[in-house]
Design a protein. Structure first.
Length: 535
């Protein structure tokens, strides 16, 4: 991947932000342990590490959202006790991984919120706010209509609004927490180019970027330095001239990391592949939501022991297709069959009892109850399958804890503690819990697994574990429908790749391990190039 052009470096200016031996404690755990980091004007620093390494905590400490128990933080050479107000005044802007936007307000209202232009010193000047936001977006190459509601925006557009909100407040140092985690490859590339462009605005620009990311290709593309954290500490730092994807990955995980793919896996029993009926069959499915048709006459089949992938730009009907298969959205037309059983009108529990398991695309909103323990989260949806205590109406808590402990250990969840709250886990470990509940809690493997964005926003170590789990399930005969925005994931795991565009399947491609579907071909199809779409 070709690196983006870098802005001139200014070695004489004071660092925009410094952390010196900063420690942050959550309960009994040191999330940051004597962390030191400097961000200089004109540079891009990538902050890497596994989920739970302390990267986001460090960003929150620099921005004043959490209070360190030790160490010093400086803005432009001045030692401060950080608060968000002081951080903003010093030119820092924090872009959260999960957007903090008000969906019922317009783009302009979100961006100027708290710093609205006024008429007569009292009334909010809506017209001037919209004009300022439009000019800001055009100036920085992130144009978005100021009068649109945030609820109407795509994920990529919402990301632009978050960045513009920080720039509106005068941010010179942008702290970005997984800025591309929810973006498609095309959106991610455009965002990285835009971010680099912010540093190239004028020869004397003193802007800088501190980016938390898991994606090594992004580091190679945009960063000047890479700082690697593990278990709360900085363990290694790389200058651009020393960048190596292998070395950075090894530093992140503490061991060699190997990509898991179908090429290295054992062949699935031929009798599984020879099943007479597909495990999952969708025929001419039509799904509507909020008055719009999102899935338009979609048909697909997933045989037992196969992984069929769905590629597509976000907002082309993939989420609605998954929701309809899961039973969360009604079908206006068409059929959904598990084996020979028509489940189109059945509820979620009935589909689950027939052998359908689902990994939702948003683990925090739809996959977990964050304030519940890991044991309680693993129990959800499986209450009827687990044995109960005396009288068959009391939960056998000791048996549930034992089950949870075994499942968590096998799934490599850290910590593998049944009584830990789900919100205390890193994103990668939360995702492992969701996948483990789908595959490992019941007495037998589900017949069909629908996995939506199973590695979104997780680190390379967790990705390796999740990919291995999916392939093991496939080899055991599970039929897997994999919806992913990660093209490399689809290429390495899927036997067949379907492409969705404007609610329709526009291509069905064999993905031979020896000659996988190319990223270029998938990208063009996802953008609608050379496709014919009805209506």
């Amino acid at each position: 991947m070709q690196a983006l052009n870098r802005a001139p470096r200014s070695e004489t200016l004071l660092p925009l932000c410094e952390a010196e031996a900063v420690s942050v404690r959550y309960d009994q755990k040191l999330a940051n342990d004597r962390v030191s980091l400097t961000v200089k004007p004109g540079e891009v620093v990538a902050l890497l590490g596994e989920n739970g390494a302390g990267k986001s905590t460090l960003l929150h400490a620099l921005y004043g959202l959490v209070k360190p128990i030790a160490g010093v933080i400086r803005y432009r050479g001045q030692t401060v006790l950080p608060t968000p107000e002081r951080a903003i005044a010093a030119g820092l802007g924090l872009i959260h991984q999960h957007f903090l936007l008000v969906p019922t307000l317009t783009v302009a209202e979100n961006i100027v919120l708290g710093q609205e232009p006024r008429r007569f010193g009292v009334l909010v000047d809506q017209k001037r706010a919209a004009q300022q936001v439009e000019e800001l977006g055009l100036r920085h190459g992130m144009a978005v209509s100021p009068n649109r509601l945030v609820s109407e925006l795509s994920v990529g557009e919402a990301q632009r609004v978050e960045i513009l909100k920080a720039l509106y407040r005068g941010a010179q140092l942008l702290l970005l927490d997984e800025p591309t985690a929810v973006l498609t490859p095309g959106e991610a590339s455009r965002l990285l180019a835009t971010l680099r462009g912010l540093l190239n605005e004028g020869v004397h620009s003193d802007r800088a970027l501190l980016i938390v990311t898991h994606k090594l290709d992004e580091v190679l593309q945009i960063a000047d330095r890479a700082v690697v954290m593990r278990t709360g500490r900085v363990v290694e730092e790389f200058q651009r001239c020393d960048f190596s994807a292998t070395a950075i990955a090894r530093a992140m995980v503490g061991r060699e990391v190997h990509a898991v793919s179908r090429v290295a896996r054992s062949e699935v029993d031929a009798t599984i592949h020879g099943a007479s009926a597909p495990a999952l069959r969708v025929q001419d499915l039509v799904v509507e939501r909020e008055g719009s048709q999102w899935v338009r006459r979609v048909s697909l089949e997933v045989p037992s022991g196969r992984i069929v992938g769905i590629a597509g730009v976000a907002g082309n009907g993939q989420s609605e297709l998954v929701a309809a298969i899961a039973g969360l959205l009604p079908a206006q037309a068409g059929r959904i069959c598990l084996g020979s059983a028509d489940i189109t009108r059945e509820d979620v529990r009935s589909r689950s009892s027939r052998g359908l398991a689902v990994v939702p695309e948003d683990r925090q909103r739809h996959g977990l109850v964050l304030d519940m323990t890991l044991a309680e989260n693993l129990l959800l949806g499986h209450e009827a399958r687990l044995s109960y205590g005396p009288g068959q109406w009391l939960l056998d808590l000791s048996r549930i804890r034992a089950m949870a402990s075994s499942v968590l250990e096998k799934a490599e969840v850290r910590p593998a503690e049944p009584d830990a709250q789900a919100r205390a886990l890193s994103g990668g470990n939360q995702q492992k819990v969701v996948l483990a509940r789908a595959l490992a809690v019941a007495q037998e493997l589900p017949k069909v697994l629908v996995a939506a964005q199973p590695t979104r926003g997780v680190d390379i170590g967790a990705i390796e574990s999740i990919h291995r789990t999916l392939l093991d399930a496939r080899d055991a005969g599970c039929a897997i429908l994999l919806v992913s925005a990660e093209l490399s994931e689809l290429q390495s795991l899927c036997d067949r790749i379907l492409v969705m565009y404007r609610g329709q399947i526009v291509a069905s491609l064999d993905n031979d391990p020896q000659s996988p579907v190319s990223r270029e071909q998938l990208g063009e199809l996802m953008a609608g190039v050379g496709t014919t779409v009805e209506g």
